[in-house]
Design a protein around this ligand. Structure first.
Ligand code: PAF
Length: 280
């Protein structure tokens, strides 16, 4: 039976009462709900590391800018709870007031891997993510926390946050889950019309081609430009970026002389999609 908890005090009390369960370890999977198989794979990964799994469900207002999809973001707590049955032990689903009480005035700002890419298009985003993730980690005090590689830059930002603040938690990145045509699973896929969904399926194919071209030619700037053009041709309404970067720091690289990652963000109509994959 999953415990549904809405307050930080309640979460701490439940964790204390559990004695941290069978192996004394706690894993946290932070989510914004609207759970799909990708999230469930994170929960399954968490279970490998801990006898007690906490899933947080909180649509974090501070990572959305005015005009983004905060109000439209799908909220489905009852369905999410059903999907977590047998997977999670505790669902922590606080209110905005619980996470950001009146007068809340603290924000965590992360540099390093937060620079560029998403930040160029969503400058508010990583401060919101870093602040809420720090609060969730402090509230749950987990031994491990699992994040999807789908949000690759976010994963690196969280790792840097944890390292810089010396938080006693291990951050685990879990691989992207994909549909049959390779589209990365995302809660935002629910926004896509049938026609848009067809176009969305081209994103991963174009990135895979770019990976092959980068390995063959080594001309990373030409590959980024060709992939950008291919995305426009495929019918995406905007290409925010296609970039091949150092896989650990996200710094610019000129050659595939170290582990590298290709990352992309596109829009189809009002829906923004991101994806990434290993290059070298
Ligand atoms: O990836 C997400 O769902 C969110 O950015 C996170 C990590 C739960 C923080 O709100």
């Amino acid at each position: 039976m999953i415990q549904h908890i809405a307050t930080v005090a309640g979460l701490r009390a439940a964790l204390a009462a559990s004695g941290h369960d069978r192996d004394g370890r706690v894993a946290l999977v932070p989510t914004m709900g609207a759970l799909h198989e990708g999230h469930i794979s994170l929960v399954n990964e968490a279970r490998k590391h801990s006898g007690l799994v906490v899933v947080s469900i909180f649509v974090n207002p501070t990572q959305f800018a005015v005009g983004e999809d905060f109000d439209a973001y799908p909220r489905s707590l009852d369905a999410d709870m059903k999907k977590l049955a047998g997977g999670a032990d505790i669902v922590f689903a606080p209110s905005a007031r619980e996470m950001y009480p009146g007068g809340h005035a603290t924000t965590i700002s992360v540099g390093g891997p937060a620079a560029g890419l998403e930040t160029d298009f969503r400058p508010h985003f990583f401060a919101g993510v870093a602040t809420v993730v720090a609060k969730l980690l402090i509230a749950a005090g987990p031994d491990v926390a699992v994040f999807g590689e789908k949000d690759y830059q976010q994963l690196l930002v969280v790792k840097r946050l944890v390292r810089d603040l010396a938080l006693p938690v291990t951050i685990i990145g879990a691989p992207i889950l994909r549909e049959a045509d390779g589209l990365a699973l995302s809660s935002r896929n629910a926004y896509l019309s049938t026609g848009e969904r067809r176009i969305a399926g081209r994103l991963n194919v174009i990135l895979k081609d770019a990976v092959a071209q980068a390995r063959a030619s080594g001309d990373l700037r030409a590959v980024e430009a060709a992939a950008t053009e291919a995305l426009w041709q495929a019918g995406f309404s905007h290409v925010d970026y296609v970039a091949i970067r150092d896989a650990q720091t996200l710094e610019h690289i000129a050659a595939l002389d170290r582990p590298a990652r290709i990352l992309a963000a596109v829009k189809i109509g009002k829906t923004r999609l991101i994806d990434n994959m290993a290059v070298a």
